[in-house]
Design a protein around this ligand. Structure first.
Ligand code: C5P
Length: 222
């Protein structure tokens, strides 16, 4: 089968990673979660104790760090300089800081180069915010996945309420809306639908229905 690339973009909590992983599995493609890379950089910056104004130190750290995404039994594992950070990059602390770090153009430039390399041999499903617009503008299939902010918050709430009982649905809704605002309004590669991306609103769709629609769109390339 000819290999091709699939770009999946959209706002926080739209189900991109679940969908992208299933699509990659169905096609035997490699799944790349670029949000995990921005989270890994944010974790490294926090661990180094850098303050928000130490931008050049953050860029230098990003330049030096080694990020590895490895397929694991329960999804993608993330390693930073050999250390397993898969769990810690999902904490509320990192989620609250990642959009600020992701707004720094030089950090985006460094990660974009890595992401392009990962997709160079094709056969990749990559999810993020700027994949169809900046990272893989030539991707054969581009999807913009969205859903109402309420439904995205509810889905996230169901996922995390057991592990993080202190988080309320209202707080999640606020945080998601704020992260979307920052991702949409930044200057460098903001979150937006590529003109040639197919819009899929998943508010009323189940996960298997969304996967089915994407696989349908891939048919002309298989
Ligand atoms: O996908 P996830 O919610 O884990 O992404 C975390 C954050 O990383 C996003 O809110 C956004 O600020 C940033 N990001 C980005 N560009 C990407 C992927 C993620 O700016 N391609």
């Amino acid at each position: 089968m000819e290999k091709f690339n699939i770009a999946i973009d959209g706002p926080a909590g739209a189900g991109k990673s679940t969908i992208a992983r299933l699509v990659a599995g169905a096609l035997d493609f490699v799944y790349v979660d670029t949000g995990a890379m921005y989270r890994a950089v944010t974790w490294k910056i926090n661990s180094a104790g850098l303050s928000p104004e130490q931008t050049s130190e953050m860029i230098a750290l990003t330049e030096r760090m080694n990020i590895r995404l490895v397929p694991g039994e329960n999804g993608q594992m993330v390693y930073v300089d050999g250390e397993d950070v898969t769990g810690v990059i999902r904490t509320a602390d990192i989620t609250g800081n990642v959009s600020r770090v992701a707004s720094i153009a030089d950090i985006r430039r460094i990660l974009t180069v890595k992401q392009k390399e990962m997709a160079a041999s094709r056969g990749v499903v990559m999810d993020g915010r700027d994949i169809g617009t900046h990272v893989l503008p030539d991707a054969e299939v581009k999807i913009f996945l969205t859903a109402s902010v309420q439904i995205r918050a509810e889905r996230r709430y169901k996922e995390i309420r057991d592990s993080q009982p202190e988080i309320t649905l209202e707080r999640l809704e606020r945080d998601i809306a704020e992260r979307d605002r920052m991702d949409e309004q930044r200057e460098a590669a903001p979150l937006m639908q590529a003109p040639d991306a197919v819009l899929l609103d998943t508010t009323e769709l189940t996960v298997p229905e969304v996967v089915e629609r994407i696989l349908e769109l891939c048919k002309s390339h298989v």
